[in-house]
Design a protein around this ligand. Structure first.
Ligand code: NAP
Ligand code: MN
Length: 265
């Protein structure tokens, strides 16, 4: 099996990386590679897994991901740093099982007519640094609302526990093929009106946010941000691609939510 390893540069992650390599090499049939891995092991926190995802996002159909947690929150990770021997044993009894989670497809259209395509594992947001962001929200090419406020966030189910949760969005089980639009500090008064609650959209929906305010807007796609370019609109739909997590031992979603937000058993 061809295995790629992505780690952050914190001391614990470097130690896990150093310990894991010889354990993998001792088992026959495992090759550590950078190009065309079948399995990508991320060592660190969620940020590290997001980086691993973006690094290999053009090969999602061929790659399974697995996270080893070294401190931080580690919502996405299934293995702790003290479980390396068990992890390596389970790789050798590979059952090729995986669980698939939905992703968000993002097209950013710039005012100069160019556009750029992205996939997000957590979410994409659009905001304005200063003054009120004004935009028209279209659902399936029909004007839904004129939004005024700080910004909007569109999240995947697995991203629903990330930024989305901080802005009052619902936690969504990743077996639901959905994307969630949440408001960031919307302006609501007698004059201006938005829906005012998060909306969960389905696989046949597409959303376009047409920017009306002048000046610079900031678009994020997971950890990536796009600024310094004039943005005209941004289009969201549920991606046809999915992320596959190796399911040697996959912690079920609600236990993951409990351990991240309520208590660790
Ligand atoms: P970060 O600042 O370290 O991330 C913030 C926290 O979110 C970290 O504790 C991170 O876990 C956790 N996290 C990331 N993805 C998660 C998920 N799907 N479910 C639950 N928690 C999650 O930055 P980062 O590690 O590069 O992660 C980028 C993400 O941070 C963005 O996609 C966004 O969702 C989130 N974020 C949240 C806010 C907010 O809540 N106000 C603001 C900015 C960004 P680790 O400690 O394991 O990395
Ligand atoms: Mn982080």
């Amino acid at each position: 099996m061809r295995i790629g390893i992505i780690h952050n540069n914190e001391a614990d992650s470097l130690r896990v990386f150093r310990d894991l390599k010889p354990l993998l090499k001792k088992k026959g049939g495992i090759e550590i590679v950078e190009r065309d891995p079948e399995l990508v092991i991320s060592i660190g926190g969620d940020g590290t897994l997001l980086s691993a995802f973006h690094r290999y996002s053009h090969q999602l159909d061929r790659i399974r991901f697995l996270g080893v947690h070294t401190g931080h929150l580690g919502f996405y990770t299934d293995w702790r740093d003290y479980e390396l021997p068990e992890l390596v044993d389970s790789l050798c009894n590979d059952n090729k099982n995986s669980v698939n989670y939905p992703l968000l497809d993002v097209i950013v259209n710039f005012s100069d007519g160019k556009s750029q395509h992205f996939l997000a594992l957590n979410e994409s947001t659009i905001r304005k640094g200063t003054r009120t962001m004004v935009c028209d929200v279209y659902i399936k090419d029909e004007l839904f609302e004129r939004f005024r406020g700080d910004g909007l966030a569109m999240s995947t189910p697995t991203g629903s526990t990330a930024h989305n949760k901080s802005v009052g969005g619902a936690v969504v089980h990743p077996s639901i093929n959905a994307m969630q639009l949440a408001e960031i500090a919307s302006l609501n008064n007698r004059v201006f009106r938005t829906l005012g609650s998060p909306s969960i959209l389905g696989p046949d929906d597409w959303v376009e946010i047409k920017v009306k305010s002048a000046g610079q807007h900031l678009v994020t796609i997971d950890q990536l941000d796009i600024s310094g370019q004039d943005i005209a609109s941004i289009q969201y739909r549920i991606a046809t691609e999915k992320i596959q997590f190796a399911a040697y031992r996959h912690m079920h979603f609600w236990r993951r939510v409990k351990e991240a937000f309520i208590r660790e058993d």
